[in-house]
Design a protein around this ligand. Sequence first.
Ligand code: MN
Length: 267
Amino acid sequence: MATPEPEARWPLPAHPRILITNDDGIRAPGLQVLENLARALSDDVWVVAPEEEQSGAGHSLTLRRPLRLRALGGQRFAVDGTPTDAVLLGLHKVLAERPPDLVLSGVNRGANMGEDVSYSGTVAAAMEATLLGVPAVALSQMVAPGAAVSWAPVEQHGVALLRRLLAVGWPAKVMINVNFPDTPPEQVTGLQATRQGRRKLGGDLVERVDPRGQPYIWIGPQRDESAERGGTDLDAVAAGAVSVTPLSVDFTRHDLLPTLEAALWSI
Ligand code: MN
């Protein structure tokens, strides 16, 4: 597959080829919301998404069993694997002849902020596309625990946001993570560039006994939100704004290399 040159990819063509995927599965309502956004930007939209929900799958690849790619008619395909599998097969199989200009992932049912990004299949799909040289955006719609999702904020503001992002562009090895607030769309306060906040999941372990008398542990939804605030994704959505976070897929802390190099050299 020809990988587009990082410098050459902006601006996108007038009619970009867009691949969309998600981690909530091919039947998820958020995928249809995303397809509608993509079709407002282009008439060349392809869907390759997991057969089943893969929330929390992170950036996992399926290596120990074969994958099945199911054609659903038109430009829609389902993969019985993870979001990363879907992007890989989307780029290297379904669109092997001509790669997409843009990959969109989502719209996730629920926000992906703070440490969520390292567990999120939605974000991982965008990371995978980025690693393969295609610009990518992950989109998530915040929802209150136990409530039905209102897609209205992303439906109303998604296209304008994507148009602005695509007009600016972003570097290779960077993906964009977008979270829409759980706010009536007319009350959305704006678009905000943010940094990744902190709210660790996993401190809330629910221990119960199953109907057959065996104990089980279920990772609960409560999170420890950090007191460290200001300019984060969490702050933005709390203020009713759409949060836009640039995430590096190169995990290296380049600023620490000189110190580390000096310390290691002296051993
Ligand atoms: Mn999900």
